[in-house]
Design a protein. Structure first.
Length: 306
């Protein structure tokens, strides 16, 4: 019976739903080309691609168009001190998560704690609690509010964000979140509610219940024959799977993050939010921002001996 329970948990991981597979695709179709730069991916929240195929104007009422790709996540000045990630520009709400250990699968041997910084960055959009355009320092002067670092009040967030005027015209007064329901992005981006030509984003809305996702905030075993040993250590001590032996954490290398509890698996262990070329410079990015293609379960077997 215990074995059954573990298997059920495995099936539930990543919520293997419509069209999704661990083979690394097929992806939910996109109008972005998914190569060259983050600008050409869904993480371009200005919703523009070079060919102008994505109709950004349709999206303008629902999020501020800062007309800059990086600013939804980073700022050169006034970055967050509440979430210590590279020049981080996003609001960090106080959110509690249901972590994988609550499933009580008998097979887990490692310690799971709350998601670390290198997961909280992603969750600041993907858990659906915070508007995707809720940042601390909007472009231009006078558009900075340090209270945004830890703002929990949606009213205050909206008041601040409403100070922004979209360059493309239509004003955003709805600052939507990656969540279901009429007041969320899935109000148009889900089956049944799909606006014409909008894509189904249900599987991207991870929520605060992480029990059906690969564990994060989990320490990495060092003496377990079911796991490969890491092969590289960076100058500052981070450990990772060094593919080219240069002791540098390259973006196509799976890594662990030590934020005080020992090296742990976090979202960014497997994903690089800027995209990673699948076959060298100029090639198509791996699907779903993966650091390593999961064709043939290559990503999984970087860590797991199976
Ligand atoms: C009123 C309906 C509506 C709402 C609400 C909405 N969208 Fe959209 N969205 C669309 C439509 C329609 C398109 C397709 C535009 C096109 O065909 O060029 C789109 C396209 C997109 C794309 C580009 C998809 C791709 O890969 O080609 C992204 C990303 C996106 N929306 C994100 C969001 C986010 C994030 C939110 C919440 C902040 C949101 N949308 C809310 C209607 C909506
Ligand atoms: C959707 C959010 C998002 C956007 C947009 C984004 N980044 Fe990042 N960036 C991140 C996250 C998250 C990290 C930390 C990754 C980690 O935990 O290792 C990061 C890290 C970085 C780093 C540190 C080194 C590295 O690659 O991890 C640099 C440099 C960087 N980003 C530059 C940029 C630039 C330049 C742009 C715009 C062209 C940009 N980013 C757009 C989320 C984003
Ligand atoms: C600023 C908000 C934001 C942040 C921060 C962010 N994302 Fe996203 N992400 C989005 C939006 C918006 C989409 C488009 C689909 C949607 O609206 O659900 C998306 C899509 C994705 C997709 C699907 C890509 C595809 O083409 O199929 C993956 C995978 C993903 N994000 C992973 C991550 C990870 C991992 C991190 C952290 C390293 C992260 N995201 C950080 C907003 C964000
Ligand atoms: C152990 C590696 C690993 C970790 C850790 C991980 N992911 Fe993923 N993620 C994947 C793989 C593999 C896929 C592709 C699944 C597919 O093709 O269906 C994926 C897909 C996704 C998608 C696209 C939806 C889907 O299922 O296709 C999103 C969004 C996403 N991950 C976000 C996150 C966030 C946020 C975190 C941290 C809470 C995270 N991931 C942690 C490996 C991982
Ligand atoms: C960065 C390293 C890493 C990668 C990549 C990785 N995992 Fe894991 N995985 C772990 C760790 C660590 C554990 C916890 C092991 C333990 O507690 O004994 C784990 C646990 C699991 C479990 C067991 C959950 C349970 O309830 O016992 C499964 C199943 C699993 N991973 C599947 C996958 C799949 C499928 C992939 C590829 C999509 C993958 N993993 C990629 C590190 C990784």
């Amino acid at each position: 019976m215990a074995r059954m329970r573990a298997l059920v948990a495995v099936g539930a991981m990543f919520g293997l739903a419509a069209g999704a597979s661990w083979a690394g695709g097929p992806e939910v179709p996109t109008k972005f080309t998914n190569n060259t730069s983050i600008t050409e991916t869904r993480h371009n929240l200005t919703q523009r691609d070079n060919a102008g195929q994505v109709d950004a104007i349709q999206m303008d009422p629902y999020r501020n168009d800062y007309a800059e790709v990086c600013v939804y996540c980073h700022t050169p000045h006034g970055a967050s001190s509440a979430l210590v990630a590279p020049l981080w520009n996003r609001t960090r709400k106080s959110t509690s998560y249901q972590t994988y250990d609550l499933l009580n699968t008998v097979t887990i041997t490692q310690t799971i704690t709350t998601p670390g910084v290198n997961s909280l960055t992603c969750l600041s959009c993907h858990d659906g609690t915070t508007a995707v355009d809720s940042i601390i320092n909007m472009p231009g002067s006078g558009n900075y509010d340090p209270a945004q670092e830890t703002q929990n009040d949606d009213g205050a967030i909206n008041t601040f964000l409403n100070g922004w005027t979209n360059p493309s015209g239509t004003e955003a007064v709805n600052h939507l979140k990656l969540q279901a329901g009429a007041t969320g992005c899935l109000g148009c981006h889900a089956p049944g509610t799909l606006a014409s030509s909008a894509q189904d984003f249900t599987i991207f809305a991870i929520g605060t219940d992480l029990r059906n996702d690969h564990p994060v905030g989990i320490t990495f075993p060092t003496t377990n024959p079911d796991f490969n040993l890491t092969t590289g250590t960076s100058a500052r001590g981070d450990i990772f799977f060094d593919l080219d032996g240069d002791s540098r954490m390259d973006k196509n290398e799976v890594r662990l993050y030590d934020t005080g509890e020992g090296p742990e698996v976090e979202c960014a262990s497997c994903h690089d939010p800027h995209g990673v070329e699948s076959a060298g410079s100029g090639s198509q990015f791996n699907p779903t921002f993966l650091r390593v293609s999961n064709v043939g379960s290559g990503l999984c077997m970087t860590c797991h001996v199976k």
